[in-house]
Design a protein around this ligand. Sequence first.
Ligand SMILES: *Cc1c(COP(=O)(O)O)cnc(C)c1O
Length: 232
Amino acid sequence: MIAEKLKTVLENIEAAKTKRTGDDNPKDAAVTLVAVTKNHDVEAMREAIDAGVTIVGENRVQEAVKKHETLERDVSWHLIGHLQTNKVKQAVRLFDLIHSIDSEHLLTAVDEAAGKIHKVQDILIQVNLAKEDSKFGIYQEDLPFLIKKADAMKNVHLVGLMCIAPNYENVEECHPLFHKMHDIFEGLKMLPLMNSEMKYLSMGMTHDYEIAVAEGANIVRVGTAIFGPRQY
Ligand SMILES: *Cc1c(COP(=O)(O)O)cnc(C)c1O
């Protein structure tokens, strides 16, 4: 069941790539799938991993730590949800990529925690492009500041941007937002950065990942389309 749904998602991603336009959005550029396993149990996670999933996405540190203890599978862990400073130490131990850096305060905490365990932590900066009160992430105009801060740090490695689209009534309305996000991402590649690499643009979830891929996302975070609805 999970294997079939996963196959469909991967096929849809490939189909969405053919809709890309523009020289800076090549049709053959790879897309990484993060299977979002929050609120799903380790059995479902194992099923997905055995079907080919290599990256799992969790939004709560505590839940991820607990699952990590019993999963018994080799997989890469991504943190996609908001990170509180009191969870940074645990997060840095577990996650290969943190998608949700959204303040200088958090950035500094991650840099310090990573330094203590001699790790260089890969991070993305979360952007709240639509300036929704209900969402985390920094505003577009604050990006250069936070990018320069991250670029100067020794124990973090900035590798791109993440965003979550608003819940539009019509999902097609995501097109301009994702398009703009891709433009911003491409524009930032021109910044004179020393340690950072603008290589990942994480955007798109179950209802909008095909649009995100068409507009240039190279990481998508998909849960429901693979695992079915979450039980809360
Ligand atoms: C839950 C979540 C997802 C996945 O959502 P689905 O609609 O189930 O695909 C993606 N990104 C973030 C940040 C999430 O919290």
